[in-house]
Write a protein that binds this ligand. Structure first.
Ligand SMILES: O=P(O)(O)OC[C@H]1O[C@H](O[C@H]2O[C@H](CO)[C@@H](O)[C@H](O)[C@H]2O)[C@H](O)[C@@H](O)[C@@H]1O
Length: 247
């Protein structure tokens, strides 16, 4: 679908909740918070964790954060999480009480972190080491994209890893997991099972989430502009997302 011109705002959350049981899947960067110059340079709205918990309570616990960040990194920024969450692009999944859904994923080989660190220092990328992956950020110099992608492809090939793309970032991860898989895993369990799922996200990896909710009869909401998207509706920025969620 042509996301830029065709998509309108979704019906209000209240309207949707009046007619059915809703489950919400929320991306973090670019959706709940504005994109910043660096991964740690983000500004969070006051008491975001408390507000997400209150929204989750209103939805009977059917709310999950689904982020490319690790769960521990989300907690470093938001504080202790009391809602369901998936980190590392869906590879790590926890219920609201912190119990695991599936196995805890393994990290990358140390040689990959070392190679990316050396490459970043030489070439001017900002490297982000994550629990289950590693990212090359080039927001401060977008002309680095091609060099970074070529290097990441070599490393991925040597270590049988997958590449995920995002906004000014190239990430190396273990193959197999995505945000759609996380949605499907939550939707098989209480309190999510049987609800109408809605995924809100802004980036390429969120398209897997849109596909996951569509498989279960739900729909996606894209934040900002994308040329092509599986989302059915659009909100223009994180501020509008907060308004829509009545956070
Ligand atoms: O799935 P998300 O929750 O949206 O996480 C995706 C990646 O977000 C972060 O990087 C992005 O946001 C940074 C802060 O605004 C920005 O500086 C960077 O350019 C963006 O790519 C995070 O650092 C990554 O680990 C996430 O995978």
């Amino acid at each position: 679908m042509d996301g830029k011109s065709a998509l309108g705002a979704p019906p209000s959350l209240r309207e949707l909740c009046d007619s059915q049981r809703i489950a919400l899947f929320l991306d973090f960067d670019g959706t709940l918070i504005d994109i910043a110059a660096t991964p740690d340079g983000i500004d969070l709205p006051a008491r975001l964790g408390d507000r997400l918990f209150a929204l989750s309570e209103r939805l009977g616990g059917r709310l999950a954060l689904v982020s490319g960040r690790s769960i521990s990194n989300l907690q470093d920024h938001i504080g202790s999480l009391r809602v369901a969450r998936a980190g590392s692009h869906g590879a790590a999944r926890q219920r609201a009480d912190g119990s695991l859904i599936g196995q805890e994923p393994t990290g990358l080989p140390q040689a990959v972190y070392d190679a990316l660190r050396d490459f970043s220092a030489e070439q001017g990328f900002e490297m982000e080491s994550k629990a289950h992956g590693a990212a090359l950020h080039f927001r401060s110099n977008p002309s680095l994209e091609k060099t970074g992608l070529e290097f990441a492809e070599q490393v991925a090939h040597s270590h049988e890893l997958a590449i995920k793309r995002g906004k000014c970032v190239i990430e190396l991860v273990r193959p197999g997991a995505d945000k759609g898989g996380a949605v499907r895993a939550f939707m098989e369990e209480q309190p999510f099972v049987g609800a109408l799922p809605i995924f809100i996200g802004d980036d390429v990896t969120d398209e897997d989430g849109f596909s996951g909710v569509a498989d279960k009869g739900g729909f996606g909401i894209i934040v900002g502009d994308r040329e092509k998207t599986l989302a059915r509706y659009r909100l223009s920025n994180p501020e509008k997302v907060h308004e829509w969620l009545e956070l």
